[in-house]
Design a protein around this ligand. Structure first.
Ligand code: XUL
Length: 520
């Protein structure tokens, strides 16, 4: 029992979330927005540099400056940082940070009367860090897949096919385009391990959760895979630290933070993980079969799996869970709110009208189906936007409302099969989760209860819970996450037998329609 800090180093901001496990409550939350504080000094927009040709980078020195500002702000707000027993964190996934041979000693000799920025400006062998939004490495993806014996071989070894944003293809591009700077790089870390290194005052390894997003880690063994490293860049193993188990402290916080912000000398630092793996914990998904669905701009489905199952069709990514035992499946649909709003606008409805349309139409929509690709879709792979209506009158507003929601729910069931998860409950978050009629469709399609979950910052919360568990490893994960991950009281929606049967019949028809109109 005690106080634990979770830090989320994300694309547009760095946030801190402090929990008190005795009270079962979040006791402080603060966020530093990069544009608000550093637009002028670094030139970032939305936290990044958009450099053309799909290249998107950010500034690791800015992240260090922002960390100082975050801790200063928390302390100025009256948070007693001296009571924090452990810190863990979360980082935007895949981004790589390149350090030279002065980094280890600069981190180890931080002086409390100068800022991190003033002391660390010289540690980089590359001033900028490519991040997850970078799509410039298609050639390197193909080369890495070929280098390990093909796409399926990489999938088998690492749990994922090569993605442009993943770290390995980004490292390969750096080696190819800046060979001297690559040679002068002593250490390559991820956003997560870099921020952990700042706090620990020493270089910290990448954890399995974030290592899974590199195309370089053996997903089952949770160690770097030599074959994948060889296919990525020469001498890479010498620039990486061993994978650091997510739950094991890497040591106490650097004396810099003790002197400057009043942290306890006993405060432990745990390895940071990726933001999605941390969200898995922050949403309470520590048992296989638990699934969370975020209904946002895009819709994202997260699941806790007992095995590192993979999708040959590229329906999703697989990451090791930072709980140290399980795996996380992540599937992202681009046509989330985007498509719901497109239908709402097309028929001139407000959200009440949208809800009324769902209430007025029967489950199964009398056979009317829609393929809702208002924008190109990730899952299934649909490169060009196109909307298909099947036994559905385009003039019938109410039937079209039901069709878009049923399409999204049916697609979420079809493309969750690769996860091999027997879905027992779904926690739903995000803007559209406020709509009980939408959730009812999901309950009936998946034939399981749906619970609404009000998230704050699930990645930072997950990080704080990881810190708590790392400090109290004898507690079960369920005990650790339970008090912080309860559904909204009264929000549970149970499936209805008749509607479940209607969808059981419809899912095959939808799948055939989808296959007819897509590449899958
Ligand atoms: C996941 C991904 C993003 C980043 C954003 O694969 O690229 O979700 O982690 O923070």
């Amino acid at each position: 029992m005690g106080k634990y800090l979770g830090i989320d180093a994300s694309t547009q901001s760095i946030s801190g979330l402090l929990i008190d496990t005795e009270a079962g409550a979040i006791i402080a939350e603060e966020s530093i927005n990069f544009d608000a504080h550093f637009h002028d000094s670094y030139g970032v927009e939305n936290g990044v540099f958009t450099m053309g040709g799909g290249t998107v980078h950010s500034a690791p020195l800015m992240w260090a400056e922002a960390l100082d500002l975050l801790l200063q702000t928390l302390s100025a707000q009256g948070c007693d940082l001296g009571q924090i027993q452990a810190i863990a964190g979360s980082g935007q996934q895949h981004g790589t940070v390149y350090l030279n041979d002065t980094a280890a000693s600069a981190l180890g000799n931080l002086s409390a009367d100068k800022s991190l920025k003033d002391q660390l400006a010289g540690i980089f062998s590359r001033e900028t860090a490519p991040i997850w939004m970078d799509t410039s490495t298609a050639a390197q993806c193909a080369e890495i897949e070929a280098g390990v014996g093909g796409r399926d071989a990489l999938l088998e070894l690492t749990g994922n096919t090569a993605f442009e944003r993943f770290s390995g293809p980004q490292i390969r591009k750096f080696h190819q385009t800046e060979p001297t700077n690559y040679t002068n790089t002593s250490y390559i870390g991820l956003v997560s391990s870099y921020v952990a290194s700042l706090l620990a005052g020493k270089l910290v390894g990448v954890d399995p959760g974030d290592g899974s997003g590199t195309n370089m880690m053996d997903i089952a063994a949770r160690t770097w895979n030599q074959q994948a490293l060889d296919a990525t860049a020469p001498g890479l193993e010498d620039k990486l630290l061993p994978i650091a188990p997510s739950g094991q402290s890497v040591g106490a916080i650097s004396p810099y933070y003790v002197a400057r912000y009043g942290f306890s000398t006993e405060c432990l630092v745990l390895p940071f993980s990726g933001d999605n793996p941390c969200s898995l914990i922050g949403l309470g998904l520590v048992t296989p079969g638990q699934v969370a669905l975020s209904l946002g701009t895009s819709d994202t489905l997260f699941a806790c799996m007992d095995q590192p199952r993979t999708s040959k069709e590229g329906e999703g990514a697989v990451f090791a869970s930072p709980d140290g035992q399980h795996y996380m499946a992540l599937t992202c649909y681009l046509n989330g709110s985007l498509a719901r709003e497109a239908v709402r606008n097309e028929y001139g409805l407000d959200w009440d009208g949208f809800t009324a349309a769902l209430q007025a139409t029967p489950p199964g929509n009398d056979g009317g189906l829609m393929l809702p690709y208002f924008a190109p879709e990730i899952v299934p792979n649909v490169p060009e936007a196109h909307v298909v209506r099947h036994h559905l009158d385009a003039a019938d507003a109410q039937a079209n409302v039901r069709a878009i929601i049923e399409a999204q729910a049916l697609s979420s069931a079809i493309h969750a099969r690769w996860m091999g998860v027997d879905i027992t409950s779904i926690y739903v978050t995000g803007g559209a989760s406020a709509n009980a009629e939408i959730l009812r469709v999901y309950a009936n399609v998946h034939n399981c209860p749906i619970h609404r979950f009000e998230t704050t910052n699930s990645a930072a919360l997950g990080a704080a819970l990881r810190a708590a568990h790392g400090h109290n490893p004898a507690d079960s994960w369920q005990e650790t996450v339970g008090p912080f991950t309860q559904p909204v009281p009264g929000s549970t929606i149970e499936p209805d037998g008749e509607a479940v049967a209607a969808y059981r019949n419809l899912v095959g028809t939808y799948e055939t329609l989808e296959q007819t109109h897509t590449n899958n």
